[in-house]
Design a protein around this ligand. Structure first.
Ligand SMILES: C[S@@+](CC[C@H](N)C(=O)[O-])C[C@H]1O[C@@H](n2cnc3c(N)ncnc32)[C@H](O)[C@@H]1O
Length: 257
């Protein structure tokens, strides 16, 4: 595609700069303006063209962040002024990325857009742990859920009874501050506390760490290990076959036994 206005929502992947798609990388190299999240592989910014305007619109601890409305307005303003704008988002733009709100702003402004998908944290984490997220016969459902709502706590709006009884794999994004509440809700409603569970921090980056345990004790294990975001909690029968890339932590030895 050449010329004209186009807003490309591009998935940057979960941290390893090689996990962006070829199409996403091409859009990044062609961009006149790039608005990026904080949680993107920084090496990707080296791929932008000389003279491209690169704006960090991400949220960072201790730094005033732009509200979503302001990001939407910036996106529309730049897209009107320059032809090729890339909105670079961590992981996949369509997974817990407020993509819908940004698409709505661009659509209302009458601007053409596309979504270039990316590797989401759930699949990146599963890949690093060497597990399948689904398995014929034992994990026929995969749920991606948020572990934190807009209040910063365990989301009350989730159907916890469904999550407790679903046969398959649950992946919680943004779980670190709510691990006790998430795991207690699931086990109180009947999910097996012996089910294997992993807390995977910074999957695919140098700071990657995997804490293994069971649904009933993973919150305590993560606390003892000092786990911090970004991380995902993965629980379900297939987690039993996890192998941890940088050596098997002691807790994993008992998983699935
Ligand atoms: C606002 S959500 C964005 C998710 C992103 N759109 C995606 O598809 O992965 C941010 C959360 O994604 C998860 N996350 C992102 N990158 C991660 C990584 N490299 N390892 C583990 N979790 C990650 C964490 O739960 C983090 O708090």
């Amino acid at each position: 595609m050449t010329g004209g206005h186009l807003v490309s929502f591009v998935g940057a992947g979960p941290g390893d700069p090689e996990l962006i798609t070829q199409k996403g990388l091409r859009r990044l190299r062609e961009a006149e303006v790039v608005l990026h999240d904080r949680l993107i592989p920084r090496a990707l910014l080296d791929e932008t063209a000389p003279g491209a305007l690169v704006l960090d619109v991400g949220k960072a601890p201790g730094r005033p962040c732009l509200g979503q409305g302001r990001i939407n307005r910036l996106l529309v303003d730049w897209a009107r002024r320059r032809g090729r704008v890339v909105r670079l988002k961590g992981g996949d733009p369509a997974v817990f990325g407020r993509l819908g709100e940004e698409i709505q702003a661009v659509r209302e402004a009458g601007l053409p857009f596309e979504v270039v998908p990316g590797v989401t944290a759930a699949t990146a984490a599963a890949a690093r742990a060497g597990i399948s997220l689904t398995e014929r016969g034992s994990a026929s459902t995969l749920v991606l859920a948020t572990g934190t709502d807009h209040t910063g706590h365990r989301p009350v709006a989730l159907d916890w009874e469904f999550l407790a009884r679903v046969e398959g794999t649950l992946v919680f994004y943004m779980p670190v501050g709510s691990l006790d509440a998430i795991t207690a809700s699931l086990t109180a409603l009947g999910r097996d506390p012996r089910e294997p569970a992993l807390l995977i921090e910074r999957a695919g980056t140098e700071g990657e760490r995997v804490t293994a345990g069971r649904l009933g004790d993973i919150a305590g294990a993560a606390r003892a290990a000092g786990c911090t975001p970004p991380a995902v909690l993965v629980t379900g029968p297939t987690v039993a076959s996890a192998s941890v890339p940088h050596g098997v932590p002691p807790r994993l030895a008992g998983v699935g036994a």
